[in-house]
Design a protein around this ligand. Structure first.
Ligand code: NDP
Ligand code: PYC
Length: 345
């Protein structure tokens, strides 16, 4: 194990914000990106923590994302809110639209945020956790770029297509799960490649369609959906709901537009928020209390709830700071000193 040093959440956020600002990103976007990335690092979600900075700088350097895009809100008054990210990063678009989405969910019982033409590089739990913390149930999903073969197929067509769900809990962190519909996120395979470690069997096939444990061959071939045909169907649903239905790219078009899978993809995103009180109206039952009964029964069996590991990691980071390796500090210092010049295309 490499030795680690601690950095406070605040100091890491300031450092990551500076990296993005000196790389030409407008200040509000840089700050929003830093919040999301540092939240990933704080919660020990390494595949979407500071490791993602390099990918963001590379798309910037390649001119594949608009660094000064200002999200614009298109609210026609109904339950659907459209936020045009203008080819910029998704996180400021979500932040700018979030309050209106919450208002809509409270007013109509449900609200939908459609983010158009964005670059979504982050974990989705960040979005649903914010909404569930306001007492709403929430679902978030987006396509990615073709890197996953459908179950029974051999060629990358679907994206890693993540989906996250949040449900409020009284006096506690909300219930949140968030996963790629591939066996793992692509970032996880990339981290194995960098560490020179083989990937477990069952994650991917090579470009000949044969099972592989070589991360390089996996990245060149196709990842596999989780749960065979079931994950494949959920992934397909995400292509349809958050791609086709929105009039935004599906993963194949996103890959063609960006020119491969070496840069982060551009596409749309769909975030849904529901007010449990409005849905349960007239039932005489408390939807959050009912949910709590179930969640406690799960815990009562000794099973862990999704996000419990993450919340425990967060609590530790909040108490002691975030532990980073010397190599990670060196990477951050290099990015801070050199900006876009620190990354290769
Ligand atoms: P993981 O498999 O690491 O985790 C999936 C979920 O399952 C988490 O909520 C996790 O909670 C929970 N979990 C894990 N183990 C258990 C267990 N034993 N019991 C109960 N719950 C458990 O996630 P993935 O590798 O699939 O995805 C990682 C991230 O990648 C996600 O945040 C996703 O949003 C992101 N991603 C983003 C994409 C994008 O386009 N922006 C594309 C693809 C992925 P916990 O965290 O507490 O372990
Ligand atoms: O890890 O699969 C992934 C991913 C794609 C885009 C952002 N994360």
């Amino acid at each position: 194990m490499s030795e680690t040093r601690l950095i406070t959440i605040r100091d890491l956020e300031a450092k990551v914000t500076r990296i993005f600002e000196i790389s030409g990103i407008r200040a509000e976007t840089a700050a929003a990106m830093a919040r999301v990335i540092v939240a990933g690092e704080r919660d020990n979600c390494k595949s979407h923590g500071i490791y993602r900075i390099e990918g963001c700088l590379r798309v910037l350097r390649a001119g594949k994302v608009v660094p000064d895009a200002v999200p614009t809100l298109n609210d026609t008054g109904g339950p659907i809110l459209q936020v045009h990210a203008g080819g910029g990063f998704a996180c400021p678009a979500f932040e700018d639209g979030k309050d209106l989405l919450i208002d809509k969910a409270r007013r109509f019982g449900m609200g939908a945020m459609v983010i158009r033409d964005c670059l979504h590089f982050s974990a989705l739990w960040y979005e649903v956790e914010e909404l569930a913390s306001q007492g709403l149930a929430a679902l978030s999903m987006c396509p990615s770029y073709s890197s996953v073969a459908p179950a029974g197929g051999t060629t990358a067509l679907l994206g890693t297509n993540p989906m996250a769900f949040g449900y409020p809990r009284p006096g506690d962190h909300p219930y949140v799960f968030d996963f790629a519909t591939s066996v793992v996120a692509r970032g996880e395979i990339e981290l194995h490649r960098r560490a020179g470690k083989p990937i477990p069997e069952g994650w991917a096939i090579d470009s000949e369609g044969q099972p592989t444990t070589d991360p390089e061959a996996a990245l060149a071939g196709a990842m596999l959906p989780f749960g065979a045909h079931k994950g494949s169907a959920i992934s397909t649903m995400i292509e349809l709901l958050a791609g086709a239905m929105l009039g935004e790219f599906m993963s194949a078009e996103a890959r063609d537009f960006i020119g491969g899978t070496t840069f982060l993809p551009r596409h749309g995103a769909l975030i849904l928020a529901f007010d449990p009180d409005k849905f349960s109206a007239g039932s005489g039952r408390d939807p959050v209390a009912e949910g709590e009964t179930l969640l406690r029964s799960i815990e009562g069996q000794g099973a862990r709830l999704p996000s419990q590991r993450r919340f425990a990691a967060r609590s530790l980071s909040e108490q002691q700071g975030i532990a980073l390796t010397a190599a990670e500090f060196e990477m951050l210092d290099r990015f801070e000193a050199q900006g876009l010049a620190a990354v290769d295309l």
